[in-house]
Design a protein around this ligand. Structure first.
Ligand code: SF4
Ligand code: SF4
Length: 466
C-alpha cells in the first residue's frame, strides 16, 4: 500500500510507547460528574434541570438557549441527583456553567429508541445526530449534524475517517481502531447514506500499519454500500489536521479561508463516527468517550473509557496514579495543540482526546528571545503561512495586517512554536489574536444591530415638530 503525505510539517518524537497497543480500560464508576453545559462550537446552551432533580443516564440536561443550527444538547452521563449548577473551570481554561451530578448507585438509563438508517429520512437521521449531542470528538467540537449538511453548492464526493492521531502521547484513536472497528464502519456507512456519498477512506499514519489486516477483515464482514478503503499516510505532524489529511489522501487543496467541503470532502474523527453508530444502533447519546492519560507524571499511563464530566482526580490511584511530586504541567489534548490547565481536577469533555501530565523534563520554560529571522517557522508551517509576519503584525497591534498574511488560515498546530530557536510562543499569540478578532467582530455586529434598531425606531415614530 502506498504511503502518502503532505509538504512541510514535522517529524516529531511520538512519545506514544507508554500506551501504544494497550486496550482501553473502563474507568471505575465516578461518584460525581461535572458536566459543562456548553461543549460544542456554536450558540450557547441552557440547563434544562434544576438543583435537586433526579436524572437518568442519557437524559438530556442542557440544550439550545435560542434558535439556530449550531447547537448540540448535553446529556447526563450517570444516573443521580443534580447537586449544583455553577461555573467551573473547563478544559479551554475558561469558567463555564456546569451541572454537577452525584451518583445514586443505580444505572437507570434514558436513551433514545434505536433508529434504522435504512428506514428513516435524511432529516430524521440528522435530527438523531443532533439529539444525541454528537460533536467532533477530535478537538474542535463542531456539531456533527451541521457538518453533515453541506449547502447544495458544495458537492461532496468523499468522506474521510480521521484516524491519523498525529499528536505525541495520544493513542486513543488507535485503541478505537482496534476495539471498535465494527462501530467505526457502521458510523461511516450511516454518514455515507446521509450524504449520498459512495466513497470513504479511513486515513491513518503508518505507525498504525499493523492494524490494516484487522480493519480489512471488518470491512469484509460489516455490511455497507459504496467503497470504503484504507489510506496510509506518513507519520508526520500535523497529518491529522483536516487540510493535511485531504491533501495527503487526494492531492486536493482546501483553498485559503475554505473548509474541507470546498475540496469536496467531509472529514470526521473515528471516535465521532463510532458515536454516530451508537446513536443509531443503541439510541445512546454522547455520554462517554475514550481518551489517553499519559505523560511522565502519570504512574499508570493508559487508554481509558470514562463518562463525560469525570475528573481525573476523582479516579482511584490504583486506576490513575498521578505523581504530584513531579507534575509540572497538565495538558488537555496533546502537547502540540492541547491547552495547559491549572489542575487535573477539570472535567473530561466530549472533545477531550487525552490528558497529558508532564514533568519538568518533558516541557520547557525558557524565556523568549528576539526573532533572529531564521525562517524555520516558515519552512515548517504545513499551511504555507508566514508565522513571523503574522507575529510582527500582532506585535504592532495591526489585526487587519495579521489577517492579510494568513492569521485565519492558521490551524494552530504549534509547529512554528516548536521549531523557533528564539522560543517565541507564536501559536499562543495567534490564538490570542484570533480571540481579539472574534471579539472585534462581535462588537461590530452588536453596533450594527443597535444602529439598525435605532433607525427602525426612528422610522416608525411620527415626525416631531417643535
Ligand atoms: S501554528 Fe499556524 S502558523 Fe504556526 S505552523 Fe501551525 S498553521 Fe502554521
Ligand atoms: S522561527 Fe522564530 S526566530 Fe526564526 S524567523 Fe520564525 S519567529 Fe523568528
Amino acid at each position: 500500500m502506498a504511503v502518502k503525505t503532505f509538504k512541510r510539517g514535522l517529524k516529531l518524537p511520538t512519545r506514544k510507547h507508554a500506551t501504544e497497543g494497550k486496550p482501553a480500560e473502563t474507568a471505575p464508576a465516578p461518584k460525581q460528574v461535572v458536566i459543562p453545559v456548553n461543549q460544542h462550537f456554536g450558540a450557547p446552551n441552557k440547563a434544562l434541570v434544576a438543583v435537586g432533580d433526579r436524572v437518568k443516564r442519557g437524559q438530556k440536561i442542557a440544550d439550545a438557549a435560542g434558535p439556530g443550527p449550531m447547537t448540540a444538547p448535553v446529556h447526563a452521563s450517570i444516573a443521580g441527583v443534580v447537586k449544583k449548577i455553577e461555573p467551573r473551570t473547563q478544559s479551554n481554561n475558561t469558567d463555564g456553567l456546569c451541572i454537577i451530578i452525584e451518583a445514586d448507585g443505580t444505572d437507570e438509563t434514558d436513551f433514545l429508541p434505536p433508529l434504522d438508517i435504512e428506514r428513516c429520512t435524511k432529516e430524521e437521521a440528522l435530527a438523531r445526530i443532533r439529539e444525541a449531542g454528537i460533536i467532533g470528538m477530535g478537538g474542535a467540537g463542531f456539531p456533527s449534524h451541521v457538518k453533515l449538511s453541506p449547502p447544495p453548492a458544495k458537492p461532496i464526493d468523499l468522506i474521510i475517517a480521521d484516524g491519523a492521531e498525529c499528536e505525541p502521547y495520544l493513542t486513543t484513536d488507535e485503541a478505537l481502531l482496534t476495539e471498535k472497528t465494527t462501530l467505526l464502519i457502521q458510523g461511516l456507512a450511516i454518514v455515507m447514506k446521509i450524504t449520498g456519498v459512495n466513497h470513504a477512506i479511513i486515513g491513518m499514519e503508518d505507525n498504525k500499519a499493523r492494524l490494516i489486516p484487522m480493519i480489512e477483515t471488518a470491512l469484509a464482514e460489516v455490511p455497507h454500500t459504496g467503497t470504503i478503503e484504507i489510506g496510509l499516510c506518513k507519520t508526520r505532524y500535523p497529518q491529522g489536521g483536516e487540510k493535511m489529511l485531504i491533501t495527503a489522501l487526494t492531492g486536493r487543496e482546501v483553498p485559503s479561508g475554505g473548509l474541507p467541503m470546498d475540496a469536496g470532502c467531509i472529514v470526521s474523527n473515528v471516535g465521532t463516527l463510532a458515536a454516530i453508530a451508537e446513536a443509531f444502533t443503541l439510541g445512546k447519546p454522547l455520554i462517554e468517550r475514550g481518551l489517553t492519560v499519559s505523560g511522565g507524571a502519570c504512574k499508570t499511563p493508559k487508554n481509558i473509557h470514562a463518562p463525560i464530566g469525570t475528573l481525573l482526580t476523582d479516579l482511584p490511584p490504583e486506576f490513575i496514579d498521578i505523581d504530584y511530586g513531579r507534575l509540572r504541567k497538565v495538558l488537555f489534548g496533546g502537547p502540540m495543540m492541547g491547552t495547559a490547565v491549572p489542575t487535573a481536577a477539570i472535567p473530561i469533555q466530549k472533545n477531550t482526546s487525552g490528558i497529558v501530565l508532564m514533568t519538568a523534563e518533558e516541557t520547557y520554560a525558557d524565556a523568549e528571545g528576539p526573532c533572529i529571522r531564521c525562517a524555520r517557522c516558515l519552512r515548517n508551517c504545513a499551511c504555507k503561512l508566514s508565522p513571523v509576519l503574522m507575529n510582527l503584525a500582532l506585535e504592532a497591534g495591526d489585526l487587519d495586517e495579521a489577517v492579510k498574511v494568513g492569521l485565519m488560515d492558521c490551524i494552530e498546530c504549534g509547529s512554528c512554536t516548536y521549531v523557533c530557536p528564539a522560543r517565541i510562543r507564536l501559536v499562543q499569540r495567534f490564538r490570542v489574536g484570533k480571540g481579539r478578532l472574534r471579539a472585534r467582530q462581535a462588537l461590530e455586529m452588536a453596533r450594527q444591530k443597535a444602529a439598525e434598531a435605532a433607525a427602525k425606531t426612528a422610522a416608525s415614530e411620527p415626525d416631531k415638530k417643535i
